[in-house]
Design a protein around this ligand. Structure first.
Ligand code: MN
Length: 274
């Protein structure tokens, strides 16, 4: 089994190597990750310059001759998480059996999946039809990767064989609690907005700058069955994702609101033409 592993915390992140360690017991692991931290860049790509790729030494603790383990190969990419995943699948590694992004330090819940570089990298696996897992732990400071590594190994084993999870895109989040307080696992739905932004002004008038932080947890009703609810209640959350963002239910309302605009526009254009 061939596994592509990427992330948005960068090639040196402990969570990436915890994942590499766990996955190397399941299959051959190719680590292709940004050369520096890229959290919050979402699905962005580097389209206006070329990107350097550098082979990276793999820690001897991950060498291929460990008992029952598969080899680990690593590259760092001078680009985004999305770049890393694309370069791996299109060029450096080729087709794989599973794409994993993480283990991220910090949860990726609810609407945050649209900002998350962890999910942003994973999207490139998903759109190419590969089974894909984005995995995060709910703590940025002193995150523990032991439980998440074990869970990742168990989930990855489910993908061995005849592409059982083709088209599956799992967003996995673990609560930031000691292993003995984890209550179990729930398959969830994405919640709503989980973090809000604050803006701080910096510097004097002629040199004023603004700093955006995502440091305000949104309080309010947390619906049972959502990923946000699961983590609040010390459950591991696994949400199957898809990227159909169309709001079908609003189609009639929008059609009614825009009635006549099409004819109006065509009339105006015809008049301008004459
Ligand atoms: Mn991150």
């Amino acid at each position: 089994m061939k596994i592509l592993l990427t992330n948005d915390d960068g090639i040196a992140a402990p969570g990436l190597w915890a994942a590499a360690n766990a996955l190397s017991r399941v299959g051959e692991v190719f680590v292709v990750a940004p050369d520096k931290e890229q959290s919050g860049v979402g699905a962005s790509l580097t389209l206006h310059s070329s990107v350097r790729v550098t082979p990276e030494a793999v820690d001897s603790g991950l060498s291929a001759d460990r008992n029952g383990s598969y080899p680990v190969t690593a590259y760092s990419v001078e680009g985004t998480p999305g770049d890393s995943c694309i370069l791996a699948l299109e060029n450096l590694v080729g087709a794989v059996d599973l794409v994993v992004s993480g283990i991220n330090a910090g949860s990726n819940l609810g609407w945050d999946v649209l900002v998350s570089g962890t999910v942003g990298a994973a999207i490139q696996g998903y759109v190419r039809g590969y089974p894909t897992i984005a995995i995060s732990v709910g703590s940025v400071t002193n995150p523990q990767f032991e439980t998440s590594g074990q869970l990742l190994g168990l989930i990855a084993q489910k993908f061995i064989g005849d592409t059982p999870g083709s088209g599956l895109f799992l967003n996995v989040n673990l609560p930031s609690v000691p292993a003995d307080r984890v209550k179990g696992l729930r398959v969830t739905q994405l919640g709503n907005r989980s973090y809000g932004e604050s803006v701080r002004e910096e510097g004097a008038a002629q040199d004023k700058r603004y700093r955006i932080s995502r440091n305000r947890p949104i309080s309010g009703v947390v619906l049972e069955g959502t990923d946000i609810w699961a983590l609040k209640n010390n459950y591991i959350s696994i949400t199957p994702l898809q990227f159909s963002l169309t709001h079908q239910g609003q189609t009639p309302e929008v059609e009614a609101m825009l009635a006549g605009i099409s004819d109006q526009l065509l009339t105006n254009l015809a008049r301008a033409d004459a």
